[in-house]
Design a protein around this ligand. Structure first.
Ligand code: NDP
Ligand code: 8X3
Length: 253
């Protein structure tokens, strides 16, 4: 088409959802700024998706405010007018009860999923307002439903959802849209990261479950992004058909 491509930034594009979202948005004609810490993966993504005119890699740790703002300041003109921010970078660490958990792992989740997400959002807000843009935040079913061992991870994702809804209030007069996406069981590197590389735990969790795939989330993002500019999807909770609810548990003495 003769319409100039618009630019989206996808954090955590080196794996899982972010990789699939970047691929899907490029297929829809978007220019992508792809972020993550693993430079080799970013370089491979640039190569796979048509080169540096289509994908611009930014390699930085989202927990590091200085690194984040420095990286954003280096964006070339063609990628500078960002109209979609996909806040996807994030992680869970540990599956144990709070009383057995490691405080350092808790801090890493908060620094990444909460502080990192808030930081890049604030740094990009003026550009997003200038573009009457859209913010898509990766929350989780863990935003909405507690589960044993979810403790701080669930807390960070509840923050992401409520921050999304709060941003809606502040940005509606600016025409900026905000969406919270809340996926359930999904196959990616998430569980390997969470368990410190436990392939048996990965197989046990996903085996026979027909989980969501990163492409399912990418399709949801494509849909949200493609809607007319007067339509805001506030939140979307998505599970595989195999996943549903169990009764409340009751501890008895
Ligand atoms: P993956 O582990 O496959 O991908 C996580 C991505 O986040 C990677 O690209 C990683 O890049 C990036 N990331 C993590 N920490 C940092 C950091 N400090 N700085 C920069 N980038 C970072 O997991 P998913 O694709 O599954 O997860 C994506 C998002 O979706 C997360 O926010 C997760 O909480 C959420 N989610 C996942 C679900 C699931 O079941 N899989 C369900 C619901 C939500 P790199 O390591 O290169 O830095
Ligand atoms: C990832 C889904 O249920 O493992 O956010 O928390 S869950």
């Amino acid at each position: 088409s003769n319409i100039a491509p618009k630019t989206a930034i996808v954090t955590g594009a080196t794996s899982g959802f972010g990789d699939a979202i970047a691929r899907r948005l490029v297929a829809e004609g978007w220019r992508i700024v792809a972020t993550g810490r693993r430079r080799d993966r970013l370089d491979a993504l640039v190569e796979a998706l048509g080169g540096p005119d289509v994908v611009h890699p930014l390699c930085f740790d989202i927990r590091d405010e200085e690194a984040t703002s420095t990286a954003l300041a280096t964006l070339p003109d063609a990628f500078a007018d960002i109209s979609v921010l996909v806040n996807n970078a994030g992680l869970a660490l540990g599956t144990g009860a709070a009383q057995d958990s490691d405080l350092e792992q808790w801090r890493t989740m908060i620094d990444t999923n909460v502080t990192g997400l808030v930081t890049i959002t604030r740094l990009l807000l003026d550009r997003l307002i200038a573009q009457r843009g859209l913010i898509v935040n990766l929350a989780s079913i863990a935003s909405n439903w507690p589960y044993p061992g979810g403790n701080v991870y669930g807390g960070t994702k509840a923050f992401v959802k409520q921050f999304s809804l709060g941003l809606r209030c502040d940005l509606s007069a600016q025409g900026v849209r905000v969406t919270s996406i809340e996926p359930g069981l999904s196959e990616s590197e998430f569980t390997l990261v969470r368990t410190g590389g436990d392939k048996a735990a990965y197989d046990a969790l996903y085996g026979g479950a027909n989980p969501l795939q990163p492409e399912d989330i990418a399709e949801t993002v494509r849909w949200v992004v493609s809607l007319p500019s007067h339509v805001n999807i506030n939140s979307v909770e998505i599970m595989p058909v195999s996943q549903s609810w169990a009764p409340f548990k009751i501890h008895r003495d």
